[in-house]
Design a protein around this ligand. Structure first.
Ligand code: ACO
Length: 407
């Protein structure tokens, strides 16, 4: 007997009034795209991801130039203010920015309460949310107060990550040095010793490369929350929860697991062939927007090699390079080229610097928070609630049967 509760092909959609899709095209009706792929959901002047040319611009500046010549602090200024600062204003800004690095005492105490099994991203989500209670501008929604909140959040998030990591290792957290950069303090408060200048430079560069990426999943989550006129801390907390997933920020940790599993340079190519033959998705490859190589991967490849040479530990770079080459050759033969994304070379870079793999995704957050907050500020400049529709595909005419008459 025909099921009369569901819509029949051609019958009008109860959501939009358009005719229903035929049975064969149940998920692609021409009115929506699965995963919102390529859907332009709004306007923004923060960042351009040019997936065809493989270009990434922050406020009009190419990330390759910023990575080579700028600093994370200056890039954060650029994202928040929409322009590069003059020398004097930057000196003032940077001094204030760096002075925010220390955590409120209460957040330090909260970090001691998490169970051992709590992962760094879970802890980050909760601890960042807690920072909102101790921000003197908490209830102040004026633009300059929101900028101060963006600065405090961005300066402090790394301190949460390293303090919790030390507690996990049974060590006491170390106070950051207020006059130093985010990258310096991340390494210093993680290891408890003055970091090597090359490590600081390369970590700072990684923070620049991860700072923004248009309306990626976590930034979109932040904007959706901000668009309800909720506060900055709630918006950033939404973003952290979204970044955590393995299809987004979680991929860099998964990359390192792959490199460790391969283990030896001589096994890299075979491992890739085997994985692809089994239709396994290799972390650190592919991208929704880039149809060519992710420009961030191009920059990171160079620094992964430099770091390998500097430390005498080239193995992880060499395995990565072979995986990268084999992946391109194999997928090219299949008629689709799959390139590395930003997560791929960042894994060997962090590992070579002695950063624990569980901290790879949190480092992504330490950088991306500058972009999230820039987007939140932009959302509030011209806000409209973000509330899309869903095409209803469920039943329509189910008769209600009282519970005492059901089996
Ligand atoms: N390994 C092997 N094949 C891949 C990979 C990969 N990493 N990525 C894509 N492909 C193949 C797919 O199998 C598919 O092939 P098919 O058309 O023959 O079925 C084709 O390329 C398209 O892939 P989709 O998964 O449909 O692409 P989508 O845009 O939905 O997904 C994503 C993009 C999620 C990034 C995907 O490439 C992936 O899962 N990559 C691995 C995880 C990862 O690295 N994530 C980090 C992304 S960057 C970031 O968030 C910072």
């Amino acid at each position: 007997m025909a099921d009369t509760s569901v819509r029949t092909p051609g019958e009008k959609c109860p959501t939009c009034g358009q005719p229903s899709p035929s049975k064969e095209s149940k998920t692609e009706t021409g009115r929506f795209k699965a995963g919102l792929e390529d859907v332009v959901a709004g306007t923004s002047s923060v960042c351009l991801v040019d997936g065809i040319e493989g270009r990434l611009l922050y406020r009009g500046y190419n990330i390759v130039d910023l990575a080579e010549q700028s600093t994370f602090s200056e890039v954060a200024y650029l994202l928040w203010y929409g322009r590069l600062p003059g020398k004097k204003e930057f000196a003032q800004f940077d001094k204030t920015f760096r002075s925010y690095v220390e955590l409120p005492e209460e957040t330090g105490m909260i970090l001691r309460l998490f169970p051992r099994a709590a992962t760094p991203m879970e802890v980050l989500r909760t601890a960042v949310s807690s920072l909102g209670h101790y921000d003197p501008d908490s209830g102040n929604t004026a633009h300059d107060a929101s900028l101060r909140k963006a600065m405090r959040l961005t300066a402090r998030i790394g301190s949460i990550v390293t303090a919790h990591e030390r507690l996990r290792q049974g060590l006491e957290p170390i106070k950051p040095v207020p006059g130093e950069s985010i990258a310096y303090n991340f390494l210093y408060t993680l290891k408890g010793e003055k970091p090597e200048p090359l490590f600081v430079k390369i970590l700072d560069l990684c923070l620049i490369l991860h700072a923004d990426h248009e309306w990626n999943a976590s930034t979109f989550a932040a904007r959706v929350t901000a668009a309800t006129m909720s506060d900055m801390y709630s918006s950033v907390t939404s973003a952290i929860g979204t970044l955590k997933g393995p299809l987004h920020g979680g991929a860099n940790e998964a990359v390192m697991k792959v490199l460790l599993e391969i283990g030896e340079v001589g096994k890299a190519k075979e491992w890739v062939k085997d994985a692809l033959a089994r239709k396994v998705k290799i972390p650190g490859f592919g991208h929704r927007v880039y149809k060519t190589e992710d420009p961030r991967a191009t920059v990171l490849r160079k620094y992964a090699e430099q770091l390998g040479k500097h430390t005498g530990q080239s193995k992880w770079y060499e395995i990565s390079r072979l995986v990268d080459q084999e992946m391109l050759e194999y997928t090219q033969r299949e008629g689709k080229k799959i390139y590395p994304n930003v997560d791929f070379y960042s894994a060997s870079v962090y590992y070579t610097m002695g950063i624990p793999t569980q901290l790879f995704t949190p480092i992504f957050a330490v950088s991306r928070i500058s972009g999230w907050t820039a987007h939140i500020l932009e959302q509030w400049e011209n806000n409209r609630l973000i509330r899309p529709r869903a095409e209803y595909t469920g039943p329509l005419r189910l008769p209600y049967v009282p519970i005492d008459q059901r089996g």
